[in-house]
Design a protein around this ligand. Structure first.
Ligand SMILES: Cc1ncc(COP(=O)(O)O)c(C=O)c1O
Length: 398
């Protein structure tokens, strides 16, 4: 028998301190207690038939080998054509589109490609939890600007706090619109204000728009890259996982001016080189087919109905929802229950009531965690039966 050797690796500083995410923790807790899981943001219903059939055909047609590292030609062409409509400008599929292993990889690569050690990166909070990790792993320093819920249910930043966040070391601003977890869509005035500051301080914008097609109030997403002088300094990020309910495929992209896309591509070359070819071919077909099928409108309507259903369930359970303008998340005010913080409330809800929600404190920097004290994030990209089960369990709180 070989002797047991215990290895205690000395982790590199850049990864030390990153434990399991709140999603892993709450999924495990939900599983242990048989809770209905409204934690992590992925659909529990099947992906649309047309995209599944496209993937099966792509594999059968032997699109199974590496493809160009900028992205499969069919996909970059389909995305460039779609971006021309969304951005109102020509987009070069070969030099202005980069396919990555999900939006997650695009965000990571953008930080690796653009942030020098000591550079500052502005993040709005609550943030998608990968942002600070991406910034710190690149040696950057996150600078946080909170969003505050208003009486009208919208979330806004304080313009003075935003202005103060810019300084001589500011390199990047990471924008997320529509915003996870609040469902906020940044309006034209806010985008113009952010754009003016970025131009004044020569800052690049990474605009994470993965929920771009789940709009409940707007016909079109206002996009910062369309503002004067902003295309040149913006990378817009999208994800097939969100748009086509195939989060496991991990097909994401970045669209922007050739020099910024070339910087991302320099990382991609050494990261995964290329990304799952048959899924790229399938997403290309889905992107081309979606408008004629009315897919985006149908999906937005489906999520609008689910949002309204979950909002009604939460209201009945005395969990006051902030109605989102977009995305598939609802933040709710839990103060009626008197728990000292978001984690103790969400733990109780998961283990005692049988519904898992995410405590949003992990989407805030330590000095601002108190802003999440009476909040919980619920995800509604779930089957009607799942939402019905939630309604039955939350009835105990009414
Ligand atoms: C704001 C935001 N950006 C990016 C992602 C990840 O996208 P992908 O699955 O394409 O990596 C998510 C997933 O939850 C998200 O909420």
């Amino acid at each position: 028998m070989l002797p047991h050797v215990s290895v205690s690796p000395s982790l590199a500083t850049r990864v030390r301190g990153f434990g399991p995410s709140v999603f892993a923790e709450y999924t495990a807790l939900a599983d242990r207690h048989g809770a209905v899981n409204l934690g992590q943001g992925f659909p529990d219903f099947p992906a649309p038939d047309f995209i599944k059939a496209a993937a099966q055909s792509a594999i059968a047609a032997d699109h199974n080998q590496y493809t160009r590292y900028g992205g499969h030609l069919a996909l970059v062409e389909a995305l460039a054509a779609q971006a021309e409509v969304d951005l109102g400008r020509p987009v070069d599929p070969l030099h202005e589109v980069q396919i990555m292993a999900g939006a997650t990889a695009a965000l990571f690569a953008a930080c690796q490609a653009l942030v020098e050690p000591g550079d500052e990166v502005i993040l709005f909070e609550p943030f998608f939890d990968v942002y600070p990790a991406d910034v710190t792993m690149a040696g950057g320093v996150p600078v946080f600007v909170p969003l505050y819920p208003q009486a009208d249910g919208r979330w806004r930043y304080d313009p003075d706090e935003l202005r103060r966040a810019f300084g001589p070391r500011t390199k990047l601003l990471l924008l997320n619109t529509p915003h996870n977890p609040t469902g906020k869509v940044y309006d034209e005035t806010e985008l113009a204000e952010i754009a003016a500051l970025c131009q004044e301080h020569d800052v690049i914008v990474v605009s994470d728009e993965v929920y771009e097609r789940m709009l409940f109030v707007h016909d079109r997403l206002p996009r910062i890259a369309t503002l004067p002088g902003m295309w040149e300094r913006t990378l817009s990020i999208g994800s097939a996982g969100k748009t086509f309910s195939v989060t496991g495929w991990k097909i994401g992209w970045a669209i922007g001016p050739a020099p910024l896309v070339a910087a991302l591509r320099a990382v991609q070359q050494w990261l995964t080189f290329s990304v799952a070819t048959p899924f790229q071919v399938a997403v290309a077909e889905a992107v081309r087919a979606a408008p004629a099928l009315g897919y985006y409108e149908e999906m937005a309507q489906m999520y609008r109905d689910k949002r309204d259903r979950l909002a009604a369930i939460l209201t009945e359970a005395r969990l006051r929802p902030f109605l989102p303008e977009a995305t598939y998340f609802i933040m709710a005010d839990t103060s009626a229950f008197g728990f000292p913080d978001d984690d103790s409330f969400c733990r109780w809800l998961t283990t005692e009531i049988g519904v898992a929600a995410i405590p949003p404190g992990s989407f805030y920097s330590p000095p601002h965690k108190h802003l999440a004290r009476h909040l919980a994030r619920f995800c509604f990209c779930k089957k009607d039966e799942t939402l019905q089960a939630v309604a039955e369990r939350l009835r105990a709180l009414a």
